[in-house]
Design a protein around this ligand. Structure first.
Ligand code: PHE
Length: 454
């Protein structure tokens, strides 16, 4: 068989792929979502389950997505279809890819709104508005932002425009160029932040909170939330990593890349926790403050610290960069699908997808003001989307990809794609992806709907 090529081109090097995939993985999930999820679900026990999920579920699925993408060289739906056809198996598998594309659209619609908060906080920080702020003033600043739909809409629009501006330019000139600039900048900013936190922070309580397991505080929903967080933070289960894999040169080693990406992402989450929680506890605030945690507690703390305005600006720029490189990966599956299936140009596809997602995002914008009382199962539109995508759609997508890579893709094909690692890696991957990963995902689902109770 002649290897397929992607109509969108290839990454120029393996490093470009690693930067892009790490850019996808590292984002609001690490710095905004992880700390408040850990806070709401009891800290240490959540962190342990999340780390186990990264290792036994996330890493093998990441390898599966990359290998499927590289084999198929198309958008997630057609890659699954093409690989299934090669194996002489049912093309029904393409609908797992279709679900992934939809999941990406749903996630980006609310992700962009939160990224908009981060954008809004850059000028707030730079103008020194945090300096000497009281707790009430900090809450008011966040409330003033979220209570005004027009302001929120403005920032959401700007962020979507930034995202479209990158995807419109394509793989080499858009995505690759963006991550080559933004990712090194992000790492430098992060190191600056951690250094700063180490200078001013008292780590003890934060370390205890993050690493001392109290399983009683976790509960069944906490276990599901930890798995959801693992999928969300690694960008798995919706085709983002798969589409990036479809641009990976044939000779580049997949297992080594996957380990580098997952390790960096986990490190960033833990570092973010170690930068944020000392501040949270130091200012006598609650770690379970929910989605507002990073936007109310941190500014307050920055405002009381030496050079606080400078470091707060650095922090929110970092958050924006992380969100931006993730958002382009949330867009890419739908954009490539529109190009390959609907025959749009990349420019039209980016504009159409961006416009549609922008429109959907208005639902999340209104969740914080006009529609804040309109709840279903105790959740706003925003809360529903977050929960539905992270805790159900991503794990379900990941489960299907695991079953696909483990049971549909032949041993010969997966072994060929996963070459270039120590000899034990392939059999270990194959065993885990066939038997461990699917069972673990299913068990956590069943546990969450209460099947194992009594
Ligand atoms: N991993 C990104 C983050 O942690 C979010 C994301 C999820 C990106 C799913 C792509 C796909 O912020």
């Amino acid at each position: 068989m002649i290897p397929r090529t992607s109509v969108h081109g290839e990454w120029s090097t393996r490093l470009a792929f690693i930067l892009a995939a790490t850019g996808s993985a590292v984002g609001l999930g690490n710095i905004w979502r992880f700390p408040y999820m850990a806070g709401e679900n009891g800290g240490g026990a959540f962190v342990i389950v999340y780390l186990l999920c990264v290792l036994l579920i996330g890493l093998p699925i990441m390898m599966s997505e990359v290998l499927t993408g590289r084999r198929g060289r198309r958008n997630p739906m057609d890659s699954l279809k093409a690989v299934a056809e090669d194996e002489g198996r049912s093309t029904i598998w393409q609908y797992a890819g279709a679900m992934g594309i939809i999941t990406g659209v749903l996630i980006l619609s609310f992700y962009s709104v939160v990224a908009g908060w981060a954008l809004a906080y850059v000028p707030n920080a730079a103008r020194g508005l945090f300096a000497g702020m009281t707790e009430i003033q900090s809450e008011m600043m966040f409330d003033r932002l979220t209570a005004n739909p027009w302001v929120l809409l403005g920032w959401h629009t700007l962020f979507m425009a930034m995202t479209v501006a990158v995807t419109i330019r394509g793989v080499r000139h858009g995505l690759e160029k963006a991550v080559r600039i933004l990712m090194p900048a992000l790492f430098v900013l992060l190191l600056v932040m951690v250094g700063y936190a180490m200078q001013i922070g008292d780590f003890e309580q934060a370390v205890e909170f993050l690493f001392r397991p109290d399983f009683a505080a976790l509960g069944t929903n906490g276990v599901l939330a930890a798995m959801g967080q693992a999928f969300f933070t690694l960008s798995l289960g919706m085709g983002a990593i798969m589409i990036y894999g479809s641009y990976l040169p044939s000779k580049a080693s997949i297992p080594g890349s996957a380990v580098a990406i997952a390790l960096t992402d986990t490190l960033v989450a833990v570092l973010a926790g170690l930068a944020i929680f000392p501040i949270v506890f130091g200012s006598l605030l609650e770690p379970s403050a929910g989605p507002g945690l990073v936007f109310m507690t941190l500014p307050l703390a920055f405002g009381q610290m030496p050079y606080g305005s400078f470091f707060a600006t650095v922090f929110f720029v970092l958050l924006v960069f992380g969100a931006w490189t993730s958002a382009i990966s949330l867009m890419e599956p739908i954009v490539t699908w529109l190009v390959e299936r609907v025959n749009l140009s990349r420019v039209s596809a980016s504009l159409l997808a961006g416009g549609g997602i922008w429109l959907l995002g208005i639902g999340s914008v209104l969740s914080f003001n006009l529609w804040s009382e309109a709840t279903l199962f105790d959740r706003t539109f925003f809360g529903m989307l977050d929960d539905l995508t992270a805790n159900i759609m991503l794990p379900l997508g990941g489960l299907l990809i695991a079953l696909f890579a483990g049971w549909v893709v032949s041993r010969q094909v997966s072994a060929e794609e996963l070459e270039g690692a120590p000899a034990w890696v392939y059999p270990a991957w194959r065993f885990v992806i066939r038997y461990i990963t699917p069972v673990a995902v299913l068990a956590i689902f069943l546990n969450a709907i209460g099947v194992f109770q009594n």
